[in-house]
Design a protein around this ligand. Structure first.
Ligand code: NAD
Length: 472
């Protein structure tokens, strides 16, 4: 048995349901002591997270490179800088978020005052995914801390270097009596899921989302499920094609080589316009990634051989044979697949039935662009949907008719960088939302408080219930 297998076995032995129960009990005791409730504690933990990023930027870049060959610029911009910005914004707003909100009362309670008090939920669990393993682990943690909770973070075992770095750094920088990292895979997550939590925040696929929700239901624990789906891009013909092309590429291959939840999954355009769009995508892709994109340092690799196999299966489907108009190169030993475009894909092909989550981009064509709405609405509700057009009527129809977690007009993926917008899915793409104040709210209970004095004691509410009282 290799030493790493030995270590794995040891970890498995040491973290079972009993260990999970002990951990939750300890965190519950600390939460009950009130430690996490003060503004000072919350602010100190958020500041420590910023410090951690500043002091260990290179280690974070290296971990993500080890897990995904993620280009350092993508790590710095989309994982570290985005996370730090969220932390800083939370610190700036924290006092305001924590302040209770005075609200109007009704004549029925006159005289009275009322307020909504944001109260921490207690001990919460954050389960994270592998594709943005730093950001997706820590972004929900901001909300959990800001709202005053104790928490356990379970990073993804599929990004092991980032998982172990998070465990080490959070151990060093944060208050371990309230914030803990548990590393591991299905066994460890299952042990955690058997416990009673006050909220479970899960990022990942819908199959496991259902397992999480079922486990939560046993304890009536509320959940946030950040899931995925097939995010479409509708492309009109009246656009600045070059800008649109570059923005589609940035959202697809420029985000972890398509391994992003808001990555464009497929394009819908008209039969007439498709050749022009394909030519433009080919030209810009070549400019960005060169003639041999398998060697490009600006593209992440596929995370592991399971996902590599899953993606190549899409290409092996006989329904898509002969449909590749660009790319299609793969290198199994390096887990690399080049940016690949498929044209005129049948809607019953495997690639159109499942979320792609990788560098393959099918284009389906319609006679009239308006038909694209029916195509989108015939599937499950996506996490994101994109439209490129200058037609204001079409924009309006898109916003009114397409149900998705979020929409972007004339760009891709960028809505998740806007902290004043909620980020989350709808239907099968997720439950609940976070980012900015929405993160704070996701981890808070909005407690309704009504204050009365001993004045205004109306006899009408007390028996005997006379006819006169009925008419008042
Ligand atoms: P993953 O394999 O890392 O799994 C996510 C988490 O679930 C991990 O922590 C893992 O340990 C845990 N897990 C796996 N199997 C489990 C089981 N049987 N029981 C309990 N826990 C289990 O990530 P993934 O699911 O491959 O992530 C990709 C999916 O996540 C895609 O569908 C993508 O769209 C979605 N996603 C969504 C968002 C979002 O913010 N909405 C972000 C990233 C990814």
């Amino acid at each position: 048995m290799s030493s790493s297998t030995n270590a794995d076995e040891k970890k498995k032995e040491s973290f079972n349901a009993e260990a999970a129960s002990l951990l939750v009990n300890n965190l519950r005791a600390t939460f009950a002591s009130g430690t996490t409730r003060s503004y000072e504690w919350r602010a100190s933990q958020l500041k420590a997270l910023i410090k951690l990023c500043d002091a260990h930027e290179q280690q974070i870049i290296d971990a993500l490179y080890s897990d995904l060959a993620k280009p350092p610029l993508e790590t710095v911009a989309y994982e570290i800088a985005m996370f730090k910005n969220s932390c800083k914004a939370a610190l700036k707003e924290l006092k305001r978020w924590m302040t209770s909100e005075k609200v109007k009362t009704s004549i029925a309670t006159f005289p009275s005052t009322a307020e909504i008090v944001s109260e921490p939920l207690g001990v919460v669990l954050v389960i994270s995914a592998w594709n943005y393993p730093f950001l997706l682990s820590l972004e929900p943690v901001i909300g959990a801390i800001a709202a005053g909770n104790a928490l356990v973070l379970k990073p993804s075992e599929i990004a092991p270097a980032t998982s172990s770095l998070l465990a080490k750094l959070l151990g060093e920088y944060l208050d371990n009596s309230c914030i803990r990292v548990v590393e591991g895979a299905v066994d460890e997550t299952s042990a955690l899921l058997q416990q009673k939590w006050d909220k479970i925040f899960y990022t990942g696929n819908g199959r496991v989302g259902r397992i999480v929700m079922a486990a939560a239901a046993k304890h009536l624990t509320p959940v946030v499920l950040e899931l995925g789906g097939k995010s479409p891009v509708v492309v009109d013909s009246n656009i600045d094609l070059k800008v649109a092309t570059r923005r589609i590429i940035a959202g697809k291959w420029g985000c972890n080589n398509g391994q992003a939840c808001v990555s464009p999954d497929y394009i819908i355009t008209t039969k007439d316009y498709a050749p022009k769009l394909v030519d433009s995508l080919k030209a810009e892709l070549e400019k960005f990634y060169g003639k041999n994109p398998l060697e490009s340092k600006d593209l992440s690799r596929i995370v592991n051989s399971n996902h590599f196999g899953r993606l190549t299966k899409f290409l092996d489907d006989e329904k898509v044979s002969g449909k590749i108009v660009f790319g299609g190169e793969k290198d199994k030993s390096k887990l690399r697949i080049s940016p690949t475009i498929l044209l005129d894909i049948p809607r019953n092909s495997l690639i159109m039935r499942e979320e792609i989550f990788g560098p393959l981009l099918p284009i389906i064509t319609v006679d009239k662009l308006e038909e694209s709405f029916d195509v989108i609405n015939s599937g499950t509700k996506p996490l994101a949907a994109y439209l490129f057009t200058t037609n204001n009527k079409l924009k309006e129809q898109f916003v009114m008719n397409i149900s998705a977690g979020g929409l972007v007009v004339n760009d891709t993926a960028l809505h998740l960088a806007v902290n004043t917008l909620p980020f989350g899915g709808v239907g099968e793409s997720g439950v609940g939302a976070y980012h900015g104040k929405f993160s704070f709210d996701a981890f808070s209970h909005k407690k309704a408080v009504l204050y009365r004095s001993f004045l205004g004691d109306a006899p009408v509410r007390y028996p005997p219930y006379t006819n006169i009282k009925m008419r008042l």
